[in-house]
Write a protein that binds this ligand. Structure first.
Ligand code: 5GP
Ligand code: ZN
Length: 118
């Protein structure tokens, strides 16, 4: 069983913010912003590559509500999902990073200069 499925099953503790029938949100253990939440579907999905529109429908409303609940919806925030090796995905259970609480920087997405790929 994957690490996020263990969190869903309460076999591993997590700092849970919100939960409904289909989704769970908890604080990232290694935050990269003042607010860094992970939102996941309760059903195991490897990554965004495999997710269905039905799951995304639930996730979308859930994440909008989480952003409101923690008070970042008005000032703005960022939602990121990493996919596969090039995307930097470390946990193979679909998760959305919800980052906010400060003006976020934009960039540093590759160790290479983007011009090198042109
Ligand atoms: P990825 O690199 O796969 O997009 O992101 C995985 C995220 O999960 C990382 O930001 C990492 O800090 C977080 N993470 C990994 N293991 C745990 C854990 O056991 N508990 C919590 N709360 N976060 C975790
Ligand atoms: Zn899982």
């Amino acid at each position: 069983m994957c690490i996020f499925c263990k969190i869903i099953n309460k076999e591993i503790p997590a700092n849970v913010i919100a939960e409904d029938e289909n989704c769970l949100a908890f604080h990232d253990i290694n935050p990269k912003a003042p607010v860094h939440i992970l939102a996941i579907p309760k059903i195991h999905v490897d990554s965004f590559n495999e997710v269905t529109p039905q799951i995304m429908e639930n996730m979308t409303t859930f994440m909008q509500n989480v952003a409101k609940e923690v008070g970042i919806d008005q000032n703005g925030y960022r939602v990121i999902t990493n996919i596969g090796e090039n995307g930097g995905q470390e946990v193979q259970h679909l998760h959305f990073h919800i980052l906010g609480g400060a003006k976020l920087k934009w960039g540093h997405f590759s160790d290479s200069d983007p011009k090198d790929f042109l």
